[in-house]
Design a binder for this molecule. Structure first.
Ligand code: GLN
Length: 386
């Protein structure tokens, strides 16, 4: 029987494809974004303690209150925002669930969601599954929003705009003026909401404070701000994220969340609450930790023909490989995995609009040894390439 697919044009996500290829090719995996080192010892001990201490049944649907309180406290300290933990903070099973829930709550048939290319690959299918229309707007050359094109993309069907800073895949960050311009572009459009995917909020370099949408009361009033503990605590496999939104928006989000996963894993929520309460310095040190890795990785490739783009945040490094090869990025990434034995992400897989440059993405959330081995292989490969 032929299946009538709801997503006929969608294949397997590039992150799984490249991780699979890394495995079969014996490649160092700098593709899918995840650390190759463990979460802090205190977090592991807390999970063990809570799992053994009977915290193994359903958590409250919206998340453990103590974890929501810890998040609210963190956001008050970091951005001066003071969300009400009871009505404005919701825990989800990862940021990807959060994104899906918000889109499902807002988008109906024919509604439009504006996506800024390149962007994370879950946004578009989530819109399509609701019968919505993804409207793709390319980012500017420096990967900040092209506000003129954004303003021109609105129609009376626009319901949602999704922004993501620090930006995956480019590592671009916003300046305070960008938030002001974004607020201006949205002003007066009362039925347009904003998803601000801020999962890399704690990885911002060169002493720049992160420009969360939560700093702007005007933007906050229409926003779902999404965070991730996986990124901040080297625990992407634990799948715990959160959403901050005004009470009436959080209520709509929870209507979906309760029937997607109902609630998120209980002992992990307790463990994150413990470390947020007891070890705030982990988050304070994270930018420095990753900045060091960024600098180390860039230095290792500095003499090569991979042209490294600037990185202001995240644990991703883009490289223009046009001096090495005229191939398309999918083809080049495949060859790199097999011949150089280094797996990367071809950036065109994250963009519905054609890109002006040929780019691949490296993840540098790796140990020194992993980065050194990958760089050695990349340099050997590019020396052997005419
Ligand atoms: N956010 C991660 C990345 O960009 C991957 C997440 C996933 O594989 N779904 O690499």
């Amino acid at each position: 029987m032929a299946v009538r697919s709801k997503l006929p044009q969608v294949g397997t996500t590039i992150f799984s494809v490249m991780s699979g290829l890394a495995e079969t090719a014996g490649a160092v995996n700098l593709g899918q974004g995840f650390p190759d080192f463990d979460p802090p010892e205190r977090l592991l001990a807390a999970l063990d303690r809570h799992a053994r201490g009977g915290k193994n049944q359903y958590a409250p649907m919206a998340g453990l209150l103590r974890l929501r309180q810890a998040i609210a406290g963190k956001l008050a300290r970091d951005y001066g925002a003071e969300p009400d933990p009871e009505h404005e903070v919701t825990i989800t099973s990862g940021a990807t669930e959060a994104i899906f829930d918000v889109i499902a709550a807002l988008i109906g048939p024919g509604d439009e969601a504006i996506l800024l290319d390149p962007c994370f690959d879950s946004y578009e299918p989530a819109v399509l599954l609701q019968g919505g229309r993804p409207i793709h707007v390319p980012l500017a050359a420096d990967f900040t929003p092209d506000f003129e094109r954004l303003a021109a993309a609105f129609s009376e069907r626009t319901r949602l705009v999704i922004v993501n800073y620090p930006h995956n895949p480019s590592g671009a960050v916003l300046a305070p003026e960008h938030l002001e311009t974004l607020a201006r572009v949205l002003r007066g459009r009362d039925d347009v909401y904003l998803i601000s995917d801020e999962v890399y909020e704690h990885i911002v370099f060169d002493q720049k404070p992160f420009q969360s949408v939560l700093r702007s009361p005007e933007l906050r009033a229409r926003s779902f701000v999404i965070g991730s503990f996986g990124k901040a605590f080297h625990a992407t496999g634990w799948k715990v994220g959160w959403v901050v939104a005004p009470p009436e928006l959080s209520a709509e989000l929870r209507k979906v969340h309760q029937f997607v996963t109902f609630a998120t894993s209980t002992p992990t929520q307790h463990a994150f609450a413990d470390v947020l309460e007891q070890e705030p310095e982990h988050l304070q040190n994270l930018s420095r930790f990753y900045q060091h890795k960024r600098d180390e990785f860039r230095a290792l490739l500095a003499g090569s023909r991979f042209r490294l783009l600037p990185v202001g945040g995240t644990y991703f490094q883009l490289a223009d490989y046009s001096q090495l090869s005229p191939e398309g990025d999918l083809e080049f990434a495949r060859r790199l995995a097999v011949e150089a034995r280094v797996a990367v992400i071809p950036v065109s897989a994250l963009s519905a609009t054609p890109l002006e440059r040929r780019l691949i993405r490296f993840c540098f959330a790796k140990s020194r040894e992993t980065l050194a081995l990958a760089a050695e292989r990349l340099v050997r490969f590019e020396r052997g390439t005419p």
